[in-house]
Design a protein around this ligand. Structure first.
Ligand SMILES: O=C(O)CCC(=O)C(=O)O
Ligand SMILES: [Fe+2]
Length: 284
């Protein structure tokens, strides 16, 4: 079935409950076998060996992988946790995409290849108020910086998926390190117990994991001998906030369908209607 013909799926009460409780949810088996095959071929030929050694870092914004940016299975959820009802429309998105990368990790891949060495981290420590933090108020979630991970190969628990300290997005206290502004648990005397308390997931190829970047999370050694990890990491934010610099070529965005393009419009609200992407109205 063509992705474009699929209906947007609203966030369910169960998903809202568990996303608020734990800071992450798994959508198992979203993609068809045909989609998985095509997307894997694109990811494996992209030159991505690890996320920080990509030959062409823009490949996940192109080809069939581009359709993941606004896949109907995640659009309803992102609209709910990154926007408000008055801003929703059929013609443009009410949230922004600000980062995407491909990670290909063969069996034996070590987290030491990452800049952060697999240290559990967050965007900003959630025990302090800031523009990226997770909030739930007035019966509504606002998830600040939110990540969607598309797993294009099977993931087995304990063998290298992203791990999470469930509930830590709402933590009020320090991670135990020397600096309360440090966005990771390094130099905390209880780093070990934090790691022991983290959990991950098993899922078939074609699943999506959605998590708030206020949740402590970590990359892990890929020890699964049966297949590599092949994952697309897409990051989203509010219409009015930006964390990553995007620097995506105008021509690449202009070639997208208009609604998808709106994911890349400028980051402002007052003084006119900010709905459509254009060369003059783009996030940088
Ligand atoms: O590589 C991983 O599993 C973790 C990625 C990560 O830290 C993130 O998506 O923010
Ligand atoms: Fe991260």
């Amino acid at each position: 079935m063509n992705i474009m013909n699929r209906e947007i799926v609203p966030m369910t009460d169960e998903q809202r409950f568990f996303f608020d409780l734990r800071g992450w949810i798994l959508l198992p088996g979203v993609l068809t076998q045909d989609e998985i095959r095509t997307m894997k071929a694109e990811a494996y030929s992209s030159g991505a060996v690890t996320q920080h050694r990509e030959i062409n870092p823009k490949r996940s914004f192109q080809g069939t992988l581009q359709t993941l940016l606004d896949h109907p299975a995640i659009v309803g959820i992102l609209s709910e946790i990154l926007s408000e009802e008055p801003f929703l429309s059929d013609d443009y998105y009410a949230f922004r995409c600000e980062n995407s990368f491909i990670a290909v990790r063969p069996p034996g891949w070590s987290k030491s290849e990452r800049r952060d060495g697999g240290m559990p981290h967050v965007v900003r420590p959630p025990q302090q108020a800031n523009a990226m933090r997770y909030q739930a108020a007035g019966g509504k979630i606002f998830a600040g910086l939110t990540r969607v991970v598309w797993e294009l190969e099977e993931v087995k628990s304990g063998q290298g998926g992203t791990s999470f300290l469930s509930g830590s997005h709402k933590s009020h206290f320090s991670y135990g390190g020397p600096d309360r502004f440090r966005p990771n648990v390094s130099d905390s005397s209880w780093e070990g117990s934090i790691r022991e308390s983290m959990e991950d997931y098993s899922c078939p190829a074609g699943s999506a994991v959605i998590f708030t970047e206020s949740l402590l999370h970590a990359a892990n050694d890929w020890t699964n001998p049966d297949n590599p990890r092949c994952a697309i990491f897409n990051c989203y934010n509010s219409l009015w906030a930006q964390w990553h610099r995007l620097n995506l070529d105008h021509d690449l965005i202009q070639a997208m369908p208009p609604k998808r393009r709106s994911l890349f419009r400028g980051v402002w609200q007052i003084g006119g209607e900010n709905h459509a992407y254009s060369q003059e109205n783009r996030s940088l």
